[in-house]
Design a protein around this ligand. Sequence first.
Ligand code: AVI
Length: 321
Amino acid sequence: MSTSLIENLAFCASPAAGFLDDVLKGLSSASRSIPSKYFYDDIGSTLFDAICELDEYYPTRVESEIMHRYGDEIACRIGSNVRLVEYGSGSSIKTRILLDRLVDPCLYVPVDISNQHLTRTADALAKDYPTLSIAPVAADFTRPFELPKSEFDLCRSCVYFPGSTIGNFVQTEAIQLLADIAYRCEQGDGLLIGFDLRKDIDVLESAYNDRAGVTAAFNKNLLDRMNSELGANFDTLQFGHHAFFNDAAGRIEMHLVSQREQSVSIADHSFQFERNETICTEYSHKYSISEFEQMSAQVGWQCKETWCDERDYFAVMYLER
Ligand code: AVI
């Protein structure tokens, strides 16, 4: 494979920029929280890949099933010669299902916050898709970032946003993100997005409380990350993992729970924790198809088709601007 098809990594903002500010702000507020995007350092991204393999964690498996089953129809909807821009590309596993079916994609632009993960994934893809041009972008897509200029700028674009990551934003942020994507697109460009559907609470809660404890390790890795990158002194044994479905808000919530009264210092700040006090680390919203359609329509996206699995656990929706 000629590596020349992998364009230079485009850095538009340091993905780590703002970590300390966000942590200090989140821990200083009355209900403590840390944005879930900080899960994804190299270890966190690897743990997330392990979560995706778990029996209890259905979203990845079910989304892949949908992509395998309806991949030809989906590729047909997207059309030929597109520039495929993937938000939160991770290991690009589902992308391969799409790339295997798309007709003459002109450029693949994976965008991911984890630089090391991105580089590894782009290298592996380049080996398996020798004729595809790949232009990886290391960026936090919740902040402004530039797409690399290329000879393919005039191609139609399709933004691919799989994995139900949209669910990790509260509704106002999700709508803003859909608006940002629309702003990057021209009329007629597409958005292929995966989102998780509401379902039985036991199924939902098991997915975030796996027996092997991988999700707990993923959650607690955030403490290790604050210790190593911000010089914090969290005693990781003194925080537990708690995940539950908040029915009224339609979301799974993940928290780190202080096991005792304790004090933690970060930079020159000190934070006092009561026993059982929590830090909210993630929301994962579960939608209905009509809710999602309405949300997207508010910012100029028109739903063209939706594909689901047999149990209606997960949806993949194609929208056009
Ligand atoms: C990335 N995101 C869609 C996952 C989710 O299900 O909300 C993150 C995750 N958190 C715990 N398990 C998986």
